[in-house]
Ligand binder design. Structure first.
Ligand code: TYD
Length: 408
């Protein structure tokens, strides 16, 4: 079967497969094991428009629904990050007298509350009803819907066009980006800006962070790919800013062609990408080899811990961990349980490999010998919180940028 790029329809070849994969956030009860849904997780790279993507993605309704398990507020660091992101948008781009800001994928309102608190007209668009409901507790206006041209028309008819359309860790989740771009074009004022930040392809390749690839992340963007996707709709990149969040992200700022000054940052980042050969398919063959090495080292390390009679527990049942656990074939024989602070995940089993997920109390009250850090992107926040674990002789196991043990 030929595979085509979702963006430009060029024929592409998969350069690797992570094998059979369940829904990354599909935490489940034993009754659901026999019906668990699997698809093949196969990344592809389009040599024409330079967009890194996955070949097959489950229906969005299977991932974003009234039981969606990801809440933005679970990380204090991210809540702070969204506050400074929102303040930056306000100071840089909201100069009109009564600005209107729309966020695509507003989740539990962690970003939008910073506009609602400041009495700025705002609207969050969020398809998962349970997280959208949480946002209303923070005074955030939310429309429970996927974002597309029809949604944009609906918003404009009620609230008019937007000064800024913003998003964080959302665009990479949306397979139908052409419809999103059409919606943005309809919703945005002539001088408006589109700002979003997403995990960055450059960091993923640099750190062999292959766990950024899972069902929800249908794309991993670079500056070149964003340029290629949006130019068709009359938009140009006017700025880019690298972020440390989510293990390395890029903030993209777009405006209608010729309307705003283009920062030198855009050119500089493109030069970086060319230097790292992100536009060449050979880079992705090397990435596959690095993934295989990482898998072997992680499995060897965990098997050694088991032979040494050590207890190992997973730290945070992240979406990313679903790719690692299933690709490496790591199950309850090697990991006793995964500790996670999200109530909806607790008492359930991890997707595919069925490791039990317990509340943080289970970990805090009975530290194991080893903690496998699945939320490596929140390393600083977690290490600070768990300093007593290392002090008492515990050992962290990490796998990004490479498999390593951290001892006191
Ligand atoms: P994140 O890396 O944002 O997850 P994802 O890969 O799904 O994007 O981490 C969020 C998850 O990590 C969430 O399930 C809560 C959990 N978590 C903890 O259990 N303890 C913590 O201290 C932190 C920061 C996160």
């Amino acid at each position: 079967m030929t595979l085509n790029c979702r963006i430009c329809k060029t024929i592409v070849r998969p350069f690797m497969s992570f094998g059979k994969m369940p829904i990354a956030n599909g935490f489940l009860n034993p009754d659901d094991f026999p019906m668990e849904y699997f698809y093949e997780l196969k990344p592809i790279f389009c040599e024409n428009c330079l967009t890194f993507q996955i070949a097959e993605q489950p229906d969005p309704e299977k991932m974003f629904h009234e039981n969606y398990a990801f809440f933005s507020r679970t990380s204090k660091h991210m809540v702070n990050h969204f506050r400074s992101y929102a303040n930056w948008v306000k100071s840089e781009y909201l100069s009109s007298s009564d600005p209107f800001v729309v966020e695509i994928g507003s989740n539990d309102g962690a970003m939008m509350e910073n506009f609602s608190k400041n009495k700025i007209r705002h609207l969050g668009i969020e398809p998962s009803a349970n997280v959208a409901k949480e946002a209303s507790k923070y005074g955030v206006n939310t429309l429970c819907s996927f974002f597309n041209l029809a949604t944009a028309k609906n918003i404009v008819s009620k609230d008019g066009q937007a000064d800024a359309i913003i998003a964080a860790n959302v665009m990479c989740h949306i397979p139908g980006l052409h419809d999103v771009a059409k919606g943005i074009d309809y919703l945005l004022k002539p001088m408006g800006v589109v700002i979003f930040e997403e995990p960055y392809l450059g960091d993923m390749i640099e750190n062999t962070a292959y766990d950024q690839i899972y069902d929800e992340h249908v794309y991993m963007f670079s500056v070149r790919s964003i340029h290629n996707i949006f130019k068709k709709y009359g938009f140009e990149l006017i700025d880019v800013k690298h972020q440390t969040t989510h293990g390395g992200s890029m903030r993209y700022v777009l405006a209608r062609n010729g309307k705003r000054t283009v920062s030198k940052n855009v050119e500089k980042q493109i030069a970086y990408e060319d230097d790292k050969k992100l536009h060449l398919s050979g880079t992705y063959d090397k990435f596959r080899e690095q993934c295989e090495i990482s898998r072997k080292n992680l499995v060897d390390t965990l098997q050694q811990q088991k032979r040494d009679g050590k207890r190992v527990v997973g730290y945070a049942a992240t979406s990313k961990s679903t790719t690692v656990l299933n690709y490496c074939g790591i199950g309850p024989d090697l990991i006793e349980f995964i500790s996670d602070t999200t109530p909806i995940k607790q008492g359930k089993y991890s997707p595919g490999v069925h490791i039990p997920v317990f509340s943080y109390d289970n970990l805090k009250n009975n530290y194991p010998d080893g903690l496998l850090l699945f939320a490596w992107n929140h390393k600083e926040e977690i290490m600070a919180k768990e300093s007593s674990f290392l002090k008492n002789g515990g050992e962290w196991i990490t796998y990004v940028p490479h498999v390593a043990l951290i001892r006191k």
